[in-house]
Design a protein around this ligand. Structure first.
Ligand SMILES: C[S@@+](CC[C@H](N)C(=O)[O-])C[C@H]1O[C@@H](n2cnc3c(N)ncnc32)[C@H](O)[C@@H]1O
Length: 388
């Protein structure tokens, strides 16, 4: 624990110095020493990450040891915990463990975790995080997961890999991932037939070249992750899970066709983009017995409408108020009529124009309603969120 305390102390000191306005140059040249594990530049980076990691990791974030890359790519705790429950096993090998967040959650649920990482600095972060959280059932291996020296040492009933992705790559493919899933699959099938991967959630399904269940994970109504479960881990072809409520829709759920709407009915529903990406809209409709229509469908926003109320964490419900031509004058007239005070823009608009446009609509409004404004073609649709 002493090492953890020592690094903890240095990071806290750097955080204090940054808060007091000291420059990076001054902190690095005069005030901080390297440790046996981390250079002073790395310690500075870790301190900067500490100041920003609460948003992703909650209170735990103020204690975790992360660098820029691991802050960006580590698994958010709610997802890591869910994944650990889905992949509970006797021995799990996480063969590209990064700063160890997912591996630590595996260790909380499984008998033992073997954590492999090629980058020695990341592996040190993973060790520190495990010690910080008092995790004792982890074995750490530094090396290339594709090398014989490493895979020859791994005896596990589940193998998991969350590879690095190149941020600049536009069309997501399996080749752009490190370690490449096809190679991992080839090598580790000799160890176990239960292999799971994290893939970039935007990858096209035809680029997923290994048979398995594609499970799209939504976190707070946003597509966050795509897991691929192979062999006996596969339960269906495609699924979507919504966290934190853990509602699930799968390709095994009965499908129900959703026809096109002529006009909005009493309720509008925004569909979680995760469902659209997973191509499970009809399965969701079948699962909740949705009786209604499709107003619009797109990558960013899909809207359903119905005269009935439906509950699902994959749907965000609104009361329909009114609709009109999409012009500022007409929308303002309707906003006054429905007693609006604020307007939330729920259509694609360049972020730099968002506030200018919203102010034009809100000018002179003094009503009590917070109105949500959608755009369907040349029509404006005004609605009010139903909190459920
Ligand atoms: C996305 S991060 C893993 C994050 C981790 N799942 C978490 O929740 O903290 C991917 C890691 O894979 C490691 N990696 C890439 N290729 C590897 C290889 N051939 N062997 C072992 N690790 C590798 C990278 O160094 C990187 O730290």
């Amino acid at each position: 624990m002493d090492e953890v305390r020592e690094i903890e102390r240095i990071i806290e000191r750097i955080v204090n110095l940054i808060r007091r306005g000291y420059s990076r140059g001054k902190i690095l040249s005069e005030m901080v020493e390297d440790t046996s594990i981390f250079s002073r530049e790395k310690l500075f980076e870790m301190a900067r990450c500490r100041m920003r990691s609460r948003e992703k990791f909650g209170e735990l974030g103020e204690r975790l040891f992360l660098d820029e890359e691991s802050l960006r790519y580590s698994t958010p705790p709610l997802i890591a915990d869910y994944r650990a429950r889905r992949l509970e096993g006797d021995i799990i090998a996480d063969i590209s463990c990064g700063a160890g967040i997912q591996a630590i959650y595996f260790a909380m649920r499984s008998g033992k975790v073997i954590a492999v990482e090629r980058d020695p600095v990341k592996l040190e972060l993973a060790k520190l995080n495990a010690r910080l959280l008092n995790i004792k059932n982890m074995e750490f291996i530094q090396g290339d997961a594709l090398s014989r020296e490493v895979y020859g040492r791994i005896k596990a009933d589940i193998v998991f890999s969350d590879p690095s992705r190149k941020p600049e790559e536009r069309i997501r493919t399996m080749d752009g991932l490190e370690p490449p899933p096809l190679k991992v699959y080839d090598i580790y099938r000799k160890v176990t037939d239960k292999i799971a991967f994290e893939l970039p959630p935007q990858i096209r399904k035809e680029n997923v070249l290994i048979d398995g269940e594609r499970e799209y994970t939504s976190l707070d109504f946003k597509l966050n992750r795509l897991a691929l479960y192979t062999g006996p881990l596969k339960r269906c072809d495609v699924s979507a899970i919504s966290l934190p409520r853990e509602e699930r829709v799968t390709s095994n759920d009965p499908r129900r066709k959703v026809g096109l709407a002529e006009q909005p009915l009493d309720y509008l529903y925004e569909v979680d983009p995760t469902i659209v990406k997973a191509d499970l809209l009809e399965n969701l409709a079948g699962k909740i017995d949705f009786d209604g229509f499709l107003l619009m469908m797109g990558k960013r926003r899909t809207l359903l409408t119905s005269s009935e109320w439906f509950e699902s964490s994959f749907l965000r419900g609104y009361h329909f108020l009114t609709s009109c031509k999409f012009s500022v004058e007409e929308i303002r007239k309707e906003l006054l009529d429905v007693d609006a005070g604020k307007v939330m823009l729920r259509f694609s608009i360049d972020p730099k124009d968002y506030w200018r446009f919203r102010k034009r609509l809100e000018e002179g409004l003094s009503g009590s309603k917070k109105v949500e404004l959608f755009r369907v073609g040349e029509r404006a649709i005004l609605a009010e969120r139903v909190n459920s």
